[in-house]
Design a protein around this ligand. Structure first.
Ligand SMILES: Cc1cc2nc3c(=O)[nH]c(=O)nc-3n(C[C@H](O)[C@H](O)[C@H](O)COP(=O)(O)OP(=O)(O)OC[C@H]3O[C@@H](n4cnc5c(N)ncnc54)[C@H](O)[C@@H]3O)c2cc1C
Length: 429
């Protein structure tokens, strides 16, 4: 039976597994998922997890359980190498938090390998980022950040903090940075409503961006201006054209010689693909990403496919697809289609991916949502407020429905909606 190994159960990987499940059900392929984590949380919601707006217990999908319903096996571990001659993917040993080895190094055989291990934060070599800044690539990082944020708010509520302001610096005004800034203000408000003794002006967020605007990757329908205006209204100190040269315990040091004080730094300045991709003997782009053809195949090996943030697709205009959820999803589904064709016929013609930008949404917590739909049409359609919030929320709903199917997916979403009514808005422990 054909062996398919999918590495990375993220935004794209999970939808690919659902698509391939029919091969598993019919006994046409043996499918294995490899991921460093043992559960999936949709990455665009990590900032909500970091503030407690999202309850991981309700939204996490356990790979083993999902696999048992969708005809794939799950193997936890980090892809650490490839033996392309013998078609084996190598997994690093798995350690617990105390550093004890739980599982040894392993090797999984494949006939087709699909790599969708996403992206990690790019520190651009800036000194001190690793030591003094948080990032939001994995659920575990979001949970660590949440713990620290909660500790700081608690100290302020008890009047035992070192100073009477909670200074947070966020580096990078893309989706992660601006959404996190708004979420933090929402969290502060909600904690006050829970009886935390926090002054209205306690939270001081500085959002630092090297380019000349927030949301630099978006240029449609006045989105940047709308986001910028709302952030200022909420009270976020937006600093564009400011380049950070060092992060220390005190905060950020800028190229202009300024020190921006921060008790907490979130680094969200850009992404690159994980380093491991440069060690596999496959062709890479500059940001560690794998070079693939428009059909998802790596240029180096026809048995290895890749998609999403770790492998942009070439487009007719010479551009590469951006690292976005919709691209990861569309490419993963296309790779799924192509694998299904190949399993039926080794020489099947493969489909090619053409990026159609369906739009972009920015959700500033309870304060505002703005977006642009059908961006592939000239100018697209600008939306704001409730309609934008509805469309934004439906992106996650669609992901849940894709993962669980219409019946179970609808029940889970209904349960989630109910839980949001009966449970506190913030998960504090
Ligand atoms: C806070 C935040 C907000 C965002 N908001 C938006 C948004 O509004 N709109 C948008 O389009 N995009 C947004 N994004 C980007 C979007 O989340 C990504 O583009 C999308 O998740 C990419 O999907 P993927 O499948 O390529 O990778 P991911 O979803 O990142 O999944 C990668 C998977 O690989 C696993 N993995 C990593 N390394 C290894 C390894 N060595 N071995 C095994 N497994 C590994 C990870 O655990 C993960 O499960 C946001 C991202 C963040 C962090």
């Amino acid at each position: 039976m054909t062996k398919i190994v999918v590495v990375g159960g993220g935004a794209g990987g999970m939808e690919l597994l659902k698509k391939l499940s029919k091969l598993g059900r019919k006994g046409e392929a043996e499918i294995t998922l490899v991921d460093v984590s043992d559960h999936h949380i949709w990455k665009p919601l990590l900032h909500e997890l970091a503030t407690g707006s999202l309850d991981e217990g309700l939204n996490a999908v356990d790979y083993r359980v999902h696999g048992s319903h969708n005809y794939y096996r799950f193997e936890q571990g980090a892809m650490a190498g490839l033996d392309r001659i013998n078609r084996r993917v190598l997994l690093a040993p798995l350690y617990n938090e105390q550093g004890n080895e739980i599982l040894p190094e392993r090797a999984l055989e494949y006939d087709y390998l699909v790599i969708g291990i996403g992206a990690v934060t790019n520190d651009f070599g800036v000194t001190g980022v690793k030591e003094h800044a948080y990032s939001l690539d994995l659920t575990s990082q979001a949970m660590k950040l949440r713990e620290r944020i909660q500790q700081l708010f608690l100290q302020h509520a008890h009047g035992v903090a070192d100073k009477d302001r909670f200074d947070m610096a966020i580096v990078g005004a893309g989706a992660t940075g601006v959404e996190m800034a708004a979420e933090m203000h929402h969290m502060s408000e909600t904690l006050r409503s829970y009886g935390y003794d926090l002054s209205d002006d306690l939270l001081n967020i500085t959002l630092v961006e090297a380019s000349d605007s927030v949301m630099p990757a978006l240029d449609k329908g006045g989105l940047r201006q709308a986001v910028n205006d709302k952030l200022l209204e909420i009270g976020v100190d937006v600093r564009t054209e400011t380049r950070v040269t060092e992060v220390t315990e005190q905060g950020l040091h800028t190229a202009e010689g300024e020190v921006i004080q921060a008790d907490l730094v979130l680094w969200a300045a850009g992404v690159k693909a994980p380093e491991v991709l440069t060690t596999l003997g496959l062709e890479n782009h500059r940001g560690n990403q794998l070079v693939i053809e428009a059909n998802g195949r790596t240029t180096s090996d026809p048995r290895i496919f890749a998609f999403g943030d770790c492998a942009p697709t070439p487009q007719a205009d010479g551009q590469w697809t951006p690292p976005r959820g919709q691209v990861a999803r569309q490419m993963a589904l296309l790779v799924g289609d192509n694998l299904i064709r190949l399993i039926k016929d080794d020489n099947a013609a493969l489909k090619e991916y053409v990026y159609k930008d369906l739009g972009s949404f920015v959700n500033l917590s309870r304060f505002h949502t703005v977006g642009n739909m059908f961006s592939f049409l000239r100018g697209g359609l600008a939306v704001a407020g409730c309609p934008a919030r509805f469309v934004y929320a439906s992106l996650y709903r669609r992901h849940m429905l894709a993962l669980h199917g219409p019946v179970k997916g609808t029940m889970l979403l209904a349960l989630n909606g109910l839980q949001r009514i009966v449970r506190p808005q913030l998960k504090l422990w």
